[in-house]
Design a protein around this ligand. Structure first.
Ligand code: FES
Ligand code: FES
Length: 164
């Protein structure tokens, strides 16, 4: 792992592993994890919508668990491991889940998609062959204004079936 110092300006240092890279960022205590990921680390695949924990578009994995990055202060993740959509995307091409979203038309505008893909990653780790009810339950906290959700369900089921 590299050790990147982002900036030093008298702010609080936060050390975390982001997508397998050890990072140190200097933050104000009021700064949200979502904003630090986007603005300090340039990981703009983490989107921001409601900023009150409702829409789910800011979802990331914290030590492998889904969290809303708009509901966490960056200082709270000191010493922890964060995975964003960039961390599950291959350097070339698409991950199996992303390819399944593409194949099944599981996205339109794409605003919700990074969070949907991370939610799918977390679901398929614990439920390799989820039922439609499992999928709808897992995605109940992720709002999509475009797809009507059925194509997202199809993408998850399509991916899990291929991985059997
Ligand atoms: S921006 Fe975090 S839940 Fe909506
Ligand atoms: S694809 Fe547009 S919000 Fe989900």
């Amino acid at each position: 792992m590299s050790d990147a110092v982002i900036s030093a300006s008298g702010r609080t240092p936060v050390r975390m592993e982001v997508n397998g890279v050890a990072e140190t960022v200097y933050v104000e205590p009021r700064w949200l994890l979502s904003d630090v990921l986007r603005h300090q680390l340039g990981l703009t695949g983490t989107h921001v919508g409601c900023e009150q924990g409702v829409c789910g578009v800011c979802t990331v994995l914290l030590d492998g668990v889904l969290v809303r990055s708009c509901l966490l202060f960056a200082v709270q993740v000191d010493g922890h491991r964060v995975t964003t959509i960039e961390g599950v995307t291959p350097d070339e091409g698409l991950s199996p889940i992303q390819a399944s979203f593409q194949r099944h038309h599981g996205l339109q505008c794409g605003f919700c998609t990074p969070a949907m893909v991370l939610t799918a990653e977390a679901l398929l780790r614990t439920h390799p062959n989820p039922s439609e009810a499992d999928i709808r339950d897992a995605f109940s906290g992720n709002i999509c204004r475009c797809t009507g959700y059925q194509f997202i369900v199809d993408a998850i089921r399509g991916c899990s079936e291929e991985e059997r």
